[in-house]
Design a protein. Structure first.
Ligand SMILES: [Zn+2]
Length: 246
């Protein structure tokens, strides 16, 4: 079967002398991997050098018995030059590509996540607060992939939460003061962080861009989101160093 789609490069590596294996997140078919034969011998054969986090129009032969397909065309549509020029923006984009690769299963189609990645990359070209953009991406990809943390009541007893609230990485949500728990992955979370997370889940990207996050909320979100992601996804994200450098 011949398939075509818009596609963003999540990762790629050289294969044998002349080829390259590329993992794309495609708009129409979700995450797929394919071989680009001869691309290193004759880069003009494809209109793209398949740089990480570039957008491309691809055509490929989809094999039903293999997860590795044959890419026949790859034309770059967006290079995101300002991101590549800046060390920190580059790290943030690399982190997000790895996060998509870890969170999304092969051929799990999600057009909203495709749009989210594009929104993220476009904003990353000139935004000042890079960290806020990464927290927005983390919260939204969790919500859109069905891993949203439970934030509107206690995850254990379902009662409304009041007073000092804790967040459990393990249970994936808020825990009230009345619920005893032996979990070691508990941390206090402020009202400001809870309402910021709910706001980011509910509103569209442009509205979220206007949201202000205080330094205290950013610090809390960083700790909670990173630990939540590490806890729930076996493979830790290598580009996590972005988050320590930031
Ligand atoms: Zn409770």
């Amino acid at each position: 079967m011949i398939a075509s789609s818009e596609a963003i490069v999540l990762k790629s590596f050289d294969y044998r002398e002349t080829s390259r294996i590329v993992t794309f997140f495609t708009k129409n078919y979700g995450k797929i991997s394919g071989i680009m034969k001869g691309v290193r011998k004759d880069p003009k054969k494809f209109g793209s050098s398949v740089d990480k986090f570039s957008s491309n129009d691809i055509v490929y032969y989809r094999y039903s018995r293999s997860d590795l397909h044959l890419i026949s065309q790859c034309d770059m549509t967006q290079f995101y030059f300002p991101i590549r020029e800046d060390y920190k923006r580059n790290l943030a984009a690399n982190y997000v590509m790895e996060l998509v690769d870890v969170v999304m299963q092969v051929e799990q189609v999600n057009e909203k996540i495709y749009q989210l990645i594009e929104d993220f990359l476009k904003s990353l070209e000139d935004v000042r607060d890079i960290n806020k953009l990464v927290y927005m991406f983390q919260i939204k990809i969790l919500a859109l992939s069905g891993f949203s943390p439970h934030l509107d009541s206690c995850v254990k007893c379902s009662k409304k939460v009041e007073g000092r609230v804790r967040f459990s990485m393990q249970s994936g949500g808020l825990v009230c003061q009345a619920c005893p728990t032996q979990e070691s992955t508990l941390t206090f979370i402020s009202r400001g962080s809870i309402s910021s997370m709910i706001h980011i889940e509910d509103k569209d990207w442009r509205q979220c861009m206007r949201l202000g996050l205080t330094a205290a909320v950013q610090k809390e979100l960083k700790f909670i989101l990173n630990n939540f992601l590490i806890y729930h996804f076996e493979r830790t994200v290598r580009a996590q160093k972005f988050l320590h450098a930031s």
